[in-house]
Ligand binder design. Structure first.
Ligand code: ZN
Length: 333
């Protein structure tokens, strides 16, 4: 942290490039002079629904350097992601313990980027984060973890853009972060006006970015926290924002395809597999019964894959994700 500033918005920390003259770096109401730290909020104004305030922290390095945005809590019940500066985009989700969406407008806070100034609360917050964080950082890391209903093994996403220099940097970031399963996320929107995901919003704007996930089903376990904290420090070393060498992983499992197994209808879920298990095509993942115990489905793995996450709770409704399976790539990208 010697040569950068860093700024956290709610779930965003930025390491900011110092201008040529010494002046405060501002994001929302936070303002930090070189060598200082400041907290504040991004004020999402009232629109068609209520206003909201997103916490921001800026740590401004004493010397000039790049800006890193660390953003988390888009899904407010993915608690591990909030370990860094207790950052949290989706406050209503956190407070009301509602997974996946912002209960104010029932929208995921990682699906509506770059947002809209005149949209619902999620869209207005996304708009502000795009302007205040994405547009002003050089690199971005979006932190997630298994949501309340997701028993998830840790993994990262790397989204190559086809721009060689940028992809080299984002790959260096994801390898330095060190999570041992990495999803190659190729098919994503390229229109800057419809980027959908936060990291993709940064990528499309030329900023190397990655997504990391560790944590599961509402627990905050020290091994998951350590993965995120150590991964962040190692990535900052790779970006030359901290002294020392990164702990770059040498042979991760690259995942080239994701297969979601979805529920046909409501029922009670009895899993037979745990997060992180490797399953063969055709293997039974669990049993679904009706409310008096009659077996109504026995979902099976359609492919041989690793169980990235599996439904962590007994309840299922139509369309719910029973399991998310990752198919390992034949060779590293
Ligand atoms: Zn999430």
């Amino acid at each position: 942290m010697n040569s950068r500033r860093y700024l956290g918005v709610f779930s965003v920390l930025l390491f900011l490039a110092a201008p040529l003259f010494a002046q405060a770096f501002r994001v929302g109401t936070a303002s930090a002079a070189p060598g200082e730290k400041s907290t504040g909020t991004l004020e999402v104004p009232t629109g068609v629904d209520a206003a909201t305030s997103i916490p921001v922290v800026i740590v401004n390095g004493a010397k000039p350097g790049k800006v890193l945005a660390l953003v988390s809590g888009a899904h407010g019940t993915e608690y591990v992601s909030t370990v860094i500066l207790v950052p949290l985009i989706n406050i209503q989700s956190f407070e009301q313990k509602v997974p996946h969406v912002n209960p104010v407008d029932n929208k995921s806070m990682n699906r509506f980027y770059p947002g809209k100034a005149d949209g619902t609360q999620t869209e207005r917050a996304s708009y502000l984060i795009t302007k205040e964080i994405v547009d002003r950082c050089d690199y971005l890391i979006d932190y997630h973890g298994g949501d309340l209903d997701e028993s998830l093994r840790p993994y990262a996403y790397w989204g190559p853009t086809g721009r060689e220099a940028q992809d080299r940097t984002s790959k260096e970031m994801v390898l330095a972060f060190g999570l041992d399963h990495i999803i190659i996320w190729r098919e994503r929107p390229t229109d800057p006006a419809a980027t959908r995901y936060l990291d993709n919003t940064a990528s499309v704007r030329g900023k190397p970015s990655i997504v990391v996930e560790a944590g599961h089903a509402g627990t905050v376990e020290s091994d998951d926290v350590a993965l995120l904290v150590n991964g962040t420090l190692s990535t900052m070393r790779a970006l030359k924002m901290l002294p020392g060498e990164p702990r770059t992983i040498e042979n991760p499992v690259w995942i080239e395809k994701l297969v979601d197994v979805l529920a046909d209808g409501p029922g009670i879920w009895y899993p037979l597999v745990k997060r992180g298990a490797y399953v063969s095509a055709g293997m039974k993942l669990g049993t679904i019964t009706d409310y008096v115990g009659k077996v109504i489905a026995e979902p099976r793995a359609p492919v041989s894959a690793v169980v990235l996450h599996v439904n962590a709770v007994p309840s299922l409704k139509k369309g719910d994700n029973i399991a998310d399976l990752g198919v390992p790539a034949a060779k590293a990208p």
